[in-house]
Design a protein around this ligand. Structure first.
Ligand code: FES
Ligand code: FES
Length: 159
């Protein structure tokens, strides 16, 4: 069915009442209707991870999630990851410290996925990190830095 639907989304703690097509993806709702452009549209088909955000703390690819499915849940994007005082999340700092980005296009998705990877308990070894981050592609090939950043931030997040 087409036509406008009312969807209320809670994103980074703020409530947004939207009137959108029922088939609008969460990614498009965030970028085009709420104005949060941190999550990137790489493939729009669930294959690159650039659009990764958290729903109730779990990582999802927002291009394959309907905005309506996120209603009643807490959505967190890269814009909401840092502290209220503007402090960077330890994962963001680690990406800077380890030169884990080049063009930066994949980076918001990498960081959201990386934080979830640590929370899932999948950052205990470099092999684990590589395996559980394999859904996040980087065309620039910054993988060495990305894996090192996650290993470093995992210690700081748990310690
Ligand atoms: Fe969603 Fe590529 S844009 S996985
Ligand atoms: Fe360019 Fe990853 S830093 S795509």
């Amino acid at each position: 069915a087409t036509g406008r639907h009312s969807v209320t989304l809670t994103v980074n703690g703020a409530v947004h009442a939207l009137s959108i097509d029922a088939r609008t993806s969460l990614l498009d709702a965030l970028r085009e209707h709420i104005g949060l452009t941190g999550a990137k549209k790489g493939c729009d088909h669930g294959q690159c991870g650039a659009c990764t955000v958290h729903v109730d703390g779990r990582r999802i690819v927002s291009c394959l999630t309907l905005a309506a499915q996120a209603q009643g849940h807490e959505v967190t994007t890269i814009e909401g990851l840092g502290g209220d005082d503007g402090a960077l999340h330890p994962m963001q700092q680690a990406f800077i410290d380890h030169d884990a980005l080049q063009c930066g296009y994949c980076t918001p998705g990498q960081i959201m996925s990386a934080v979830a990877c640590v929370h899932e308990g999948h950052a205990g070894s470099l092999d684990d990190i590589r395996e559980y981050m394999s859904g996040n592609l980087c065309r620039c090939g910054a993988y060495v830095g990305i894996v090192a950043a996650i290993e470093d931030a995992a210690v700081k997040m748990q310690g």
